[in-house]
Design a protein around this ligand. Structure first.
Ligand code: GDP
Length: 139
């Protein structure tokens, strides 16, 4: 079933590099409404749970290390066709392959440190949003 919400994180690299404002501006300009948002930091356990489906991948340790090294901005976004449209806005996982004008093309530095997360399905969007936000933090 299609929903109109997705979940995002501005990852530690983009926060460290001062790109929170620019990335949020692109998100708003693209027509997404922010319905939940916070600056937070993942614990090792949080990151291992959040990225659990990648636990067998060779880069898993590196991914957990990266995602826990500093604060992130997490948010739930609303728009028609949110999941697919947001994946288009952020671009390919590897910034070298991301289309011009996408957030990862503009702000990511490598396939690992790729500036933003975007849910890949409606089911994951709901699961990931609920992992980060309670009902009373979501509008
Ligand atoms: P996404 O859906 O575009 O975020 O990509 P994936 O679900 O395939 O991977 C999740 C995250 O793991 C990516 O956003 C990257 O931060 C990280 N990642 C993926 N591939 C690699 C890799 O080859 N090396 C490293 N270090 N990290 C990776």
């Amino acid at each position: 079933m299609a929903t109109n919400r997705t979940f995002t994180m501005i990852k530690p690299d983009a926060v460290e590099n001062g790109h929170i404002g620019a990335i949020l501006a692109k998100i708003n300009t693209a027509g997404f409404k922010i319905v939940a948002m916070k600056l937070t930091q993942l614990s090792k356990r949080d990151a291992e749970i959040f990225y659990g489906e990648h636990s067998e991948r060779p880069f898993f340790g590196e991914l957990v290390e990266f995602m826990t090294r500093g604060p992130i901005v997490s948010a739930i976004l609303e728009k028609e066709n949110a999941v697919e449209d947001f994946r288009t806005l952020i671009g390919a996982t590897n910034p070298a392959e991301a289309a011009e004008g996408t957030i990862r093309k503009m702000y990511a530095t490598s396939i690992g440190e790729n500036a933003v997360h975007g849910s890949d399905s409606d089911a994951n969007a709901a699961k990931e949003g609920a992992f980060h936000f309670s009902g009373r933090e979501t509008f």
